[in-house]
Design a protein around this ligand. Structure first.
Ligand code: GLV
Ligand code: MN
Ligand code: MN
Length: 438
């Protein structure tokens, strides 16, 4: 019996997702931290999958894995520049394969596999594009122990500063050395990708990580903007002491001061979100207590604040109160506090022309769309700082993400891949066309 192309495609997506998801810490699914052995193994598998699809693979200076479907210059009627560089346009499609600790099965890899589906379609239909198509696994999108997310896309945008690259984790691993170990070289970190002016479009598919598409029964979300994301390290210093002999009114308990700070920040963020009626969230999700003994008054706390804002006004309102909250809470508990910025990424509006292209591509494939703003950060935010960029969302169950319960269907990934494919064909100057053959 002949299997329909749509069913064959869904099966191929299912196999690829299963395989990539299998690269995880065995006792903590799904954990594929950037630079971990699981990450390295997944990258090797992906490089082989890229090569099997006919892509020419390389790792760029920022450690991004790129598979290129190179334009045939002669057939595309293009010429080499004097420097021997092909003077041609490029389109990038990609996402990431790393995860947060105990994260989800689809965050990141759905977008990489959907990007690869575009290549499969072009190969199966022997379609030449008038531009290079780069399929990208952007390095380390998730927040890592060095306090910075989106390593690869920040690098492309020239935003990985020497200060960030020089950071060392508790095991003595320097970020720059890790990037070198996996094939990057850290050069040109303050410069935008040199061929940025040749990039026609950067596209990404991602699971929504919220409930709107599911609740409203839409296939595709056309993202309007990615919020600003700001992270701060907060150190609270008190005095460690004997839990049995230190009187309650003579303590410098750093954990109690930290608890006050966490509650106050939660209240402040809730007030701003309500008053401004804009997407605004602030979270302290990482906290370390020293010395962390049940019979010791905590002497020190290290925590990370992650704040996201869809408006510059909300961000300013938060920052105006944030440091005072930290200082006052610490002083009340006779502790000292130090706040330091770890990373910042301003709000990134998506390219309106590409949003329209993606919307048209969905419509021609019979898929319904809504426009929506992203709550999460994505590599596309950084790409949008030097090239036209846009991202589509596909539905996921119950809005759950960054947890093992995260789920989307292989059919939803396939639909997203149709949108990307039709969009790429339109960018290539071909008539807008449906790509699914049911
Ligand atoms: C990326 O997953 C983020 O933290 O938004
Ligand atoms: Mn994520
Ligand atoms: Mn992601």
């Amino acid at each position: 019996m002949k299997v329909s192309p749509a069913i064959a495609q869904t099966a191929r997506i299912a196999a690829a997702i299963d395989k990539l998801a299998s690269f995880t810490e065995a006792d903590r699914p799904y954990t594929r931290l950037v630079f971990s052995p699981e990450f390295d193994a997944a990258r090797n598998w992906l490089a082989d999958a890229f090569a099997a699809a006919g892509l020419v693979c390389h790792i760029d200076s920022g450690g991004n894995l790129i598979g290129t479907r190179t334009v045939n210059l002669e057939r595309a009627n293009l010429k080499m520049s004097d420097e021997g560089r092909a003077d041609r346009a490029k389109v990038l499609i990609g996402s990431h394969i790393d995860t947060v600790p105990a994260g989800g099965r689809f965050d990141g890899i759905a977008g990489v596999i959907a990007a690869l589906e575009v290549v499969h379609y072009l190969n199966e239909h022997q379609i030449e594009l008038p531009f290079d198509l780069e399929i990208v696994d952007y390095l380390g999108e998730e927040l890592n122990v060095w306090g910075t997310s989106c390593l690869g896309s920040r690098h492309m945008a020239g935003l990985l500063t020497p200060e960030i690259l020089g950071r060392v984790d508790v095991d003595g691993r320097q970020l720059a050395s890790e990037i070198t170990r996996i094939g990057g070289n850290n050069l040109g970190c303050d410069e935008v990708r040199s061929d940025a002016d040749q990039i026609l479009a950067c596209l990404e598919l991602h699971i929504e990580q919220a409930k709107l598409l599911e609740i409203q029964s839409h296939d595709i979300g056309i993202v309007t903007a990615i919020p600003g994301i700001y992270r701060y390290g907060i150190s609270v210093k008190g005095q460690a002491g004997h839990s049995g002999t230190t009187p309650m009114d003579d303590r410098q308990d750093a954990l109690v001061a930290a608890a006050d700070i966490i509650l106050a920040i939660n209240g402040l963020a809730s007030d701003i979100a309500r008053d401004e009626n804009q997407h605004f969230v602030a979270t302290i999700g990482k906290i370390e207590v020293f010395p962390n003994g049940a019979a010791i008054v905590p002497g020190q706390v290290e925590m990370t604040l992650d704040m996201r804002s869809a408006s510059t006004h909300s961000k300013s309102a938060f920052l105006a109160a944030f440091e005072t909250i930290c200082r006052d809470s610490a002083a009340r508990r006779h502790c000292a506090v130090d706040v330091r910025p770890l990373a910042a990424a301003d709000i990134a509006p998506m390219d309106s022309g590409l949003m329209q292209n993606l919307s048209d591509a969905a419509a021609v494939n019979g898929l319904s769309t809504i426009k929506l703003a992203s709550g999460a950060g994505h590599d596309t935010a950084h790409l949008s700082r030097f090239a036209p960029a846009a991202i589509i969302f596909i539905p996921c169950s119950d809005g759950l993400s960054h947890c093992p319960e995260e789920f989307t269907s292989n059919e939803a990934i396939a639909k997203g891949a149709w949108v990307l494919t039709s969009c790429v064909l339109a960018l290539a100057g071909k008539p807008l066309q449906a790509v699914v053959q049911r």
